[in-house]
Design a protein around this ligand. Structure first.
Ligand code: NAP
Ligand code: HSE
Length: 430
């Protein structure tokens, strides 16, 4: 009989409690799949008096460091945040434990230290649940696509903001209303800025970019704009043009390995693009690879049980390695690409202007685009006289040139107000 494999949890909250429940509920299946029983030995939490359905009371402890250094086969970190999570993970690895974590914030801030420590102690580091919850995404990038050349990764990786933008699009609700609804449903992070300012998506984008392009990417390398400035006017302009607004995480290689650009910002996406149909709190990630072509991964990006599913998949992988002597893939950053600023990205803009409606106005506006070498794709005028509005959509240009164009438009006497500016993604062609 093979010896039982021991697992300890750091954190018994939304995800941790579900992992504990599933280890118990699926014990017989897990034993068959791993080839040995999985024994949960401890669950470290902050408040040991809280009721935690599904978590055996006898396993609860307040001493996280004792759990981390107990020498179990696998330590599962589900506390979140940078510290003490980082110190606990490093201590667990030093004690010979493999580590499974869902901690995107820590991985995006200092994944290199975690990978290096895992390698130096000969233990595994798995983190499938850190991006897009239940969706198998990191393993396909790390393993299945390891023989291909990924060119672009583009996705909806924050369910809360997708829920909010879907409500604004489908129900005409404004930002404050949908924020209040997301709050009432418990969707927002304890610090809501992580969701609405795009920081959660930016951490996930950094993790995806590093895996996709085999180059080191941290949160500091990611350009980040949230959704708090998306207005009803933007939503209705998108609808008029046959687009929908999504908070996208985009990671791409510029030119022939000139560098990598990673960005998170609200984007207009054509309604017939696969990402446009991702509604509510769901996530989806679109990957383009040289040989494989285009593919999309879709599913639940958050929630206790869905995220626990991804965590348990990692626990099974780490447990199998313990028995066979296998190892998780290590950090792959050999490509050593330069992180480039957003200005270097080739993007398209939508610009919504309140203009004076008189002869020659369109010419002054077109000139502002031309001066910056930006080509206009579509112009649409609505209303006339004092109510005149122009919706302009551009062809691809450098983001820096598009920004200069908008700065120039703001200076024009013929432009009464720049009502909205947003990048457009997912359109075919130039
Ligand atoms: P959570 O509900 O806030 O749970 C955190 C757990 O960690 C709680 O049990 C808490 O104890 C414990 N904890 C926090 N600080 C501690 C400390 N210093 N010592 C001991 N225990 C401590 O968080 P969660 O939603 O489960 O998320 C866990 C991780 O999964 C995070 O990294 C998160 O980003 C990631 N994640 C979550 C989701 C999701 O849908 N929730 C999805 C993907 C990834 P108490 O219970 O006593 O407060
Ligand atoms: N706040 C995150 C989201 C949780 O809304 O997607 C999952 O990482």
């Amino acid at each position: 009989m093979t010896r039982p494999l021991t697992v300890a949890l750091l954190g018994g909250g939304t995800v941790g409690a579900q992992v504990a429940r599933l280890i118990d509920a699926s014990a017989a299946d897990l034993e068959q799949r791993v080839g040995a029983p999985i024994h949960l030995t401890a669950v470290a939490v902050q408040d040991t008096t809280k009721s935690r359905p599904g978590v055996p009371a006898g396993l609860i402890t307040g001493d996280a460091m004792a759990v981390a250094t107990s020498g179990v086969d696998i330590v599962v970190e589900l506390m979140g945040g940078i510290e003490p999570a980082r110190s606990l993970i490093l201590a667990a690895m030093a004690a010979g434990s493999s580590v499974v974590t869902a901690n995107k914030a820590l991985l995006a801030a200092d994944g290199a230290t975690l990978h290096a420590t895992a390698a130096s102690h000969g233990v595994d580091l798995y983190f499938e649940a850190s991006v897009a919850g239940a969706i198998p995404l990191l393993r396909p990038l790390r393993e299945s696509l390891a023989g291909d050349r990924v060119i672009k990764v583009m996705g909806i990786v924050n369910g809360t903001t997708n829920f909010m933008l879907t409500k604004m699009d489908e129900e005409g609700a404004d930002y404050d209303e949908v924020f209040a609804e997301a709050d009432a449903l418990g969707y927002l992070e304890a610090d809501p800025r992580l969701d609405v300012d795009g920081l959660d998506a930016a951490a996930k984008a950094a993790i995806l970019a590093e895996l996709a392009f085999h180059t080191k990417v941290t949160l500091d390398d990611v350009y980040c704009e949230g959704i708090s400035k998306v207005t009803s006017a933007d939503i209705s302009a998108a609808q008029q043009m046959g687009f929908v607004i999504k908070l996208l995480a985009v990671a791409e290689i510029k030119g022939d390995n000139e560098g990598v650009i990673v960005r998170v910002h609200p984007s207009m996406v054509p309604r017939d693009h696969p990402l446009a149909s991702v509604r509510g709190a769901f996530n989806a990630v679109f990957i383009e690879a040289e040989s494989a072509g285009q593919m999309m991964f879709y599913g639940r990006g958050a929630g206790g049980a869905p995220t626990a599913s991804a965590v348990l998949g990692d626990v099974v992988a780490a447990a199998r390695n313990r028995l066979t002597g296998g190892r998780s893939p290590g950090q792959s950053t050999y490509a050593n690409l330069k992180p480039l600023p957003i200005g270097a990205a080739m993007t398209r803009y939508y610009v919504n202007l309140d203009v004076a409606d008189r002869p020659g106005v369109l010419a002054t506006i077109a000139a502002a685009f031309a001066e910056n070498d930006v080509s206009i794709q579509v112009v649409r005028q609505d209303g006339h006289g004092d109510e005149a509005g122009l919706l302009v959509r551009t062809h691809l240009a450098s983001d820096a040139a598009l920004r200069s164009t908008v700065d120039r438009l703001r200076e024009l006497e013929t432009v009464k107000r720049v009502v909205g500016v947003m990048r457009v993604e997912g359109e075919a062609g130039v």
